[in-house]
Design a protein around this ligand. Structure first.
Ligand code: ZN
Length: 297
């Protein structure tokens, strides 16, 4: 594959787990910097209850402050109807609807059963279509659950079929806690292509156990057109114990570029944003390019 699209999830997944509460202005600056680095799809925020995820309480203010451009698509994460309604009013271009692959995680993350998360996705996908908003269904804990351990891939693929039938524009498989391995990626991608032919796949990897980049390459080689990443490799899920960051956008871009795979992103610009972010958060970010730099000239 000569090109792969990277969705920048730093402003949402990246910041939601930080101990520092990031100001609305800093979130907007992160988004502006991501656009300057070439990002064209950005998961800007989530529309969840502020009591559950205080970091995202300013979702409306973030959306009101970001630059609106025809070539930039902003994604808002939603868990339910109320979240979708808020996202639509705030003017998101896309919604990312979370469906959960394990019962315990579904309870902890959104106080619902697995089937209730699917039912919500079906209803929201229809409303999104009517409102002219693109929809993605993200299947969380598709590679393993922090509470239940192994997640049956047949169950995940059953969910893929159900959300495809709901008419979502894209299906994302998320390794929420960073336990996945490349053989799982190959298996789930092949199974998803069979269950949801023609629906583009997107993969969401965390590098918690250093398998995130290997998984990204497995996805690329399996023909997945879209990967999530966060600048600096920050991030994690507040409802998953010991969760750590997404794969870092700059580290991923470095590897892909050296492989001749285009991303449209500028690694040097991403590195400077990651360093700025580390300064703001008062800690080194996990990415390695911020320390090692680009290929020597
Ligand atoms: Zn995540």
């Amino acid at each position: 594959m000569a090109h792969i699209e990277i969705v920048e999830v730093g402003p949402r997944d990246g910041l939601q787990n930080e101990s520092t509460l990031v100001s609305t202005d800093a979130k907007i600056e992160l988004i502006e910097r991501s656009i300057a680095a070439g990002a064209r799809r950005i998961e800007a925020t989530s529309f969840v209850h502020p009591r559950l995820v205080p970091h995202m309480a300013d979702a409306e203010a973030v959306m009101a402050g970001v630059p609106r451009r025809a070539d930039v698509s902003y994604i808002g994460l939603v868990l339910n109807r109320r979240g979708f309604d808020r996202a639509a009013v705030a003017g998101v271009d896309e919604v990312n609807i979370v469906v959960v692959a394990s019962e315990t995680f579904a309870q902890r993350n959104q106080s619902a059963t697995v089937q209730e998360t699917v039912d919500a996705c079906v209803a929201i996908a229809q409303s999104a279509r009517e409102a002219g908003i693109k929809s993605t269904a993200t299947i969380a804990v598709a590679f393993g659950c922090p509470f239940e351990g192994e997640v049956d891939p047949a169950g995940v693929l059953g969910l893929v079929g159900q959300v495809a039938d709901a008419g979502v524009d894209e299906i994302a498989l998320a390794d929420t806690i960073g336990v996945g391995t490349p053989n799982q990626v190959r298996h789930l991608v092949a199974g998803s292509a069979a269950r949801a032919p023609g629906v583009p796949l997107r993969m969401h990897f965390h590098n918690t156990r250093n398998t995130g980049y290997a998984n990204a390459i497995a996805a690329l080689e399996a023909g997945v057109p879209v990967l999530d990443a966060s600048t600096g490799g920050i991030g994690g899920c507040p409802f998953a114990p010991a969760a750590t960051g997404n794969i870092a956008t700059e580290d991923l871009v470095y590897m892909l570029e050296r492989m001749g795979v285009e991303t449209g992103l500028d690694a040097a610009s991403l590195i400077s944003t990651a360093q700025w972010l580390g300064g703001y958060l008062g800690d080194e970010v996990p990415s390695l390019l911020t320390k090692a730099g680009l290929f020597p000239r």
